[in-house]
Structures are given as structure tokens and as C-alpha cells.
Design a protein around this ligand. Structure first.
Ligand code: IPE
Ligand code: IPE
Ligand code: MG
Length: 248
């Protein structure tokens, strides 16, 4: 404990406040394995994962991160057993119900990215209410990626673009800026830093377009154990990277 407290102090002193990543995206992975290692059912891992979300949101906003995007449910996660899907679908509502007062106090703005129409009504309602209640907030944007899949987002963008052209919008030749404006992340900067927990080193259909030049940081820690220390480690490592964007 003492060792990690010392490390935290060290990191806080070393991190440069002027180079905090603007947008941090997180693939919150490893809830099931966290639970299995403790002999618990998978849903206990998801339940504990919500605690890690609470802490990470609080810490990110405190550190001055401007956009935090959390991958909470993918378009592929419907393949899981119905009971697990149902449990996962109960979490956004529970989280927002208990955290909304604090989110409002901390000036956090809640938003949803993903195909919300396919989410259960109660989930849509909870997230829309959270978004509505925080829409005037000017602090950190908290994006929940729910029923999010990057390929489906790109196809959705293409279809909406084609529709607009059919309706007579004069788009001319499509460039990266126009195309980006059709994505869920239209008015947001690309992630500077992607964090994935649980030791897996893949993107799993998350923000394929937006991650083009993001710095990637992987940790073996399971999501329910992800703490301020790990967030600080990720930012510290990020600040050591030299972002070249193809230049020298
Ligand atoms: C992340 O943990 C939560 C979601 C993907 C919804 P997992 O449930 O994927 O946990 P593991 O990867 O099976 O350990
Ligand atoms: C990615 O985790 C999706 C979320 C964290 C919501 P998965 O556990 O679904 O990813 P894979 O299946 O291991 O690639
Ligand atoms: Mg997983």
C-alpha cells in the first residue's frame, strides 16, 4: 500500500499539467476474469467495474481531461448470455441515478455514442435524461459508448452522407473533415490516449477511424482494479511519448 502511495506521489510530481491528454478513451476490459479469479459470478466483476468507472470519471475530471470516452458495451457484446446482457444493461441507469448529482457538481457533460435505437428503452431513457440534465455543463465530456461498434458507425456515416446527397445537399468531394462530421464523435477531437485493461492487445472494433494517431497504453490490470495510480501511470507514459504524425 505504502509503495503505491509513494508511486502516486512521484507520478503526481512528475506529470506536467500543461500536457494532460485532451481526450482519453478506455476499453474497460477484464471484469469477467477479475470475478472468475475470485470464484465469483461474472456479474460481480461488472458490478465492481462500475466502481472503477466512478473513480476514473472523478479522477479524469480532476486531472483536467476534457473528453473521456468509456467503452461500456460493444455491438458484438450481444453475443453474450442473455442474463449477462441484461445485467450490463441495468448498469448505465444505476450509475447515472447515483452519480448524476456529483456529475452536475463537477460540471461534467454526459453523452452517448453508439446505436442507441437498439438499446432497451429504459437504457435510452436513463442516458438521455443524464445527457439532458448535464447538457449545459462546460467541464469534461463523458462519452458512454453503448452498443458501439466502429465499423457500424462508419457504415452509418456513409449512409447518412449518401442520404444528405440524395436530399440535395451539395457536399462536393468528401474529405476527412466532412466524413468525420458524420461520425458519433463529430464535434470531438480524436483520442490522444487509448487505455486498454486486462492484458488484451487489440482494438475490438473501437474508434477505428478516430484512433489513427492515438497513443496506445495497455495494462494487465483488470478493469475493476483500475485506480488513480493506473490512470496516472498511463498519463505519465503518454507524456514521455514523442508524437510524430509521420513527420521527423
Ligand atoms: C469488460 O469485461 C466488460 C464488457 C465487455 C462489457 P469483460 O466482461 O469483457 O471481462 P472478460 O474480458 O471476460 O474478463
Ligand atoms: C471490448 O471488450 C468491449 C468493451 C470493453 C465494452 P470485449 O471483452 O468485448 O472484447 P474482446 O471480445 O475480448 O475482443
Ligand atoms: Mg473482455
Amino acid at each position: 500500500m505504502l509503495e503505491s502511495e509513494n508511486r502516486e506521489k512521484e507520478l503526481k510530481a512528475a506529470i506536467k499539467t500543461e500536457n494532460i491528454p485532451h481526450h482519453v478513451a478506455v476499453i474497460m476490459d477484464g471484469n469477467g476474469r477479475w470475478a472468475a479469479e475470485k470464484g465469483l459470478p461474472r456479474y460481480e466483476g461488472h458490478r465492481q467495474g462500475v466502481e472503477a468507472v466512478r473513480l476514473t470519471v472523478r479522477n479524469s475530471s480532476y486531472l483536467g481531461i476534457k473528453v473521456l470516452t468509456l467503452f461500456a458495451f460493444s455491438t458484438e457484446n450481444w453475443k453474450r448470455p442473455v442474463s449477462e446482457v441484461n445485467y450490463l444493461m441495468s448498469l448505465p441507469g444505476k450509475y447515472l441515478q447515483s452519480e448524476l448529482p456529483e456529475l452536475i457538481r463537477n460540471n461534467v457533460r454526459v453523452r452517448l455514442i453508439g446505436d442507441s435505437k437498439k438499446l432497451p428503452r429504459r437504457v435510452q431513457k436513463a442516458v438521455n435524461e443524464g445527457a439532458e440534465a448535464t447538457k449545459e455543463n462546460t467541464g469534461m465530456i463523458l462519452n458512454f459508448a453503448l452498443n458501439y461498434g466502429s465499423r457500424s458507425e462508419i457504415i452509418m456515416a456513409v449512409n447518412r452522407l449518401v442520404d444528405d446527397v440524395k436530399k440535395g445537399r451539395n457536399i462536393g468531394s468528401v474529405d476527412e473533415i466532412i466524413f468525420s462530421s458524420y461520425l458519433y464523435t463529430a464535434d470531438m477531437p480524436d483520442p490522444d490516449l487509448l487505455i486498454r485493461t486486462s492484458g488484451e492487445k487489440r482494438i475490438s472494433n473501437f474508434l477505428l477511424w478516430q484512433l489513427a494517431y492515438s497513443e496506445l497504453w495497455f495494462t494487465d490490470v483488470y478493469w475493476p482494479d483500475f485506480s488513480r495510480l493506473h490512470l496516472l501511470e498511463a498519463i505519465y507514459e503518454y507524456q514521455k511519448r514523442k508524437r510524430r504524425y509521420g513527420s521527423v
